[in-house]
Ligand binder design. Structure first.
Ligand code: ATP
Ligand code: MG
Length: 199
């Protein structure tokens, strides 16, 4: 880079820095954050768990509700439960051999009651509702019920919702929305889901 270009570059960077500094100074609100992580790409749940780990690393209290069927072993659970993170998993106590809308709804509702309990608990700094978007899409959990519970949670509590096809009302309510785009996925090349990487 010539000296002149170097100067220009430095001036530009200085301006960028000034703008960023101004925005950092302006962001003074202290409150819990509601994040939605959606989209068809891989990385939604792992991102949510990353934030749970971050909170735990600061000595904060986090809780996770997983709205998943089946007995998918979850590496994060094995680790985070040991670190004091409460996990409620929808499949507990139910059999999933048959697709049955009634028992699916019951299971989703049982787990949702636990989630609601977490969303009222001031001592919990971060609540992760993993894969809850599907429960709303299938009509097992009422969207307005979720919006109400998230809206009326303790002011300093953060919430993460993950799952594909997040309803517009959820993303409208959220403070932070991340959409993970699928560029390519190993599964499409015939690679099986790998322990320690995919679950
Ligand atoms: P992860 O838990 O790895 O962050 P995710 O939460 O973004 O994934 P889910 O829709 O919950 O994605 O799916 C969970 C499982 O499906 C994971 O094993 C993941 O690797 C796999 N998966 C995610 N996206 C895709 C995709 N686009 N094609 C195929 N498999 C996928
Ligand atoms: Mg997921």
């Amino acid at each position: 880079m010539s000296e002149q270009n170097q100067d220009k570059h430095q001036q530009r960077q200085q301006k960028v820095k000034q703008k960023v500094d101004e925005r950092i100074a302006a962001a003074q609100k202290e409150q819990g954050i509601f994040q939605v992580i959606t989209g068809n790409g891989k990385g939604k749940s792992t991102s949510g768990f990353g934030t749970v780990a971050r909170a735990v690393g600061h000595g904060m209290k986090a809780a996770v509700c997983q709205f998943i069927k089946g007995t998918w072993e979850c590496g994060e659970r094995n680790l985070l439960e040991k670190a004091g993170v409460e996990f409620v998993i929808m499949n507990t106590g139910f059999t999933w051999e048959t697709q049955n809308k009634e028992s699916d709804t019951v299971a989703a509702q049982v787990t949702w009651q636990e989630a609601k309990r977490m969303l009222k608990d001031e001592s919990i700094n971060l609540v992760m509702l993993d894969e809850i978007t599907y429960m709303i899409t299938y009509g097992y959990i009422d969207l307005d019920d979720v919006l109400e519970a998230v809206s009326s949670r303790p002011a300093m509590q953060s919430v993460i919702i993950t799952g594909r096809g997040a309803h517009r009302k959820l993303t409208d309510l959220a403070d932070t929305v991340s959409e993970v785009r699928n560029v390519k996925h190993a599964f499409d090349a015939g690679i099986k889901a790998q322990k320690g990487f995919d679950y």
